[in-house]
Each structure stands twice: as C-alpha cells, then as structure tokens.
Ligand binder design. Structure first.
Ligand SMILES: [Zn+2]
Length: 141
C-alpha cells in the first residue's frame, strides 16, 4: 500500500510505500528532507497542507488537534487505526493547532478535534468531536 507524503521544506508531494516507511524514515525525492510521516499519517503545517490539497490524487482527511486537548488524545488511536485501514483510499494528516494557530482561522476551527475531508482540494465535509472507529469509517463512506 502506498500513500502520499508532503515535504515540509519544499512542499513536494511524494509517493511513499507504507511498508518502506515502517522500516525507515521516508525522505523527500526532491530535496532529501525527512518526511514527517508517522504510521502513515502526515504531520502538516498550513503551508504543507495547502500544497498537499493542491496536488494530492486522493481525498485528504485532516485531524485538527492540540496536545492539551484530552478528547484529541483519546481519538488519536482511532484516527491511526482508520488511517491504517483506509491508506489506499485517503491521505491522512494531523495538524497541531497549538503549533499552527493561524490554521484555526483559515479553516474556521471552532472546537477540537475537528475532522475535515477534502476532495479535489476543497472541503467536502467536517465533523467536530471525536468518533468511534465505526463512526469514523461510515463518515468517510
Ligand atoms: Zn522536499
């Protein structure tokens, strides 16, 4: 199974085999920077997310979260599990709204966790509040 990983340095979108990413940290084919892809999930900034939304061949799912948010932390394993199951269909991302406060106004985030599904670069739907993996899977359908 492959996914797409966006480079935090040069914004190139790289195709990455998840089996390879599990063994060693993937690097950008263009600038050789380490790609922040963990368990198949991209850690994005507003800049790299914009690049990914412009270039991703697959729909993109973003978890807007923050380290201080309890419900975000309990949702993290669910997000990881679903990211693993649906790696062939979606590109999964996490955006830390504490580290990137501007993202909250850009994407009008009112509470976290908020999940946004982007299709062809534009918002398709969003969900505020954590979900079970079953709810999350049917939300993605
Ligand atoms: Zn790069």
């Amino acid at each position: 199974v492959q996914t797409y990983a966006v480079c935090p340095k040069c914004s190139a979108v790289n195709r990455v085999l998840l089996t390879e990413a599990a063994n060693k940290e993937p690097v950008c084919g263009k600038c050789k920077s380490t790609l922040p892809l963990h368990f198949g999930i991209n850690e994005v900034s507003p800049v790299s997310l914009a690049a990914l939304l412009a270039k991703s061949p697959l729909p993109v799912v973003v978890d807007f979260w923050a380290p201080w948010c309890g419900p975000c932390k309990s949702f993290a394993p669910v997000f990881q599990e679903v990211a693993h199951t649906k790696a062939a269909t979606f590109v999964f991302c996490k955006l830390d709204t504490e580290a990137n406060p501007a993202a909250s106004s850009t994407y009008k985030i009112r509470g976290i966790p908020t999940l946004i599904l982007f299709k062809n670069g534009t918002e398709s739907k969003r969900q505020s509040g954590a979900m079970t993996s079953q709810e999350f899977l049917s939300w993605l359908e």
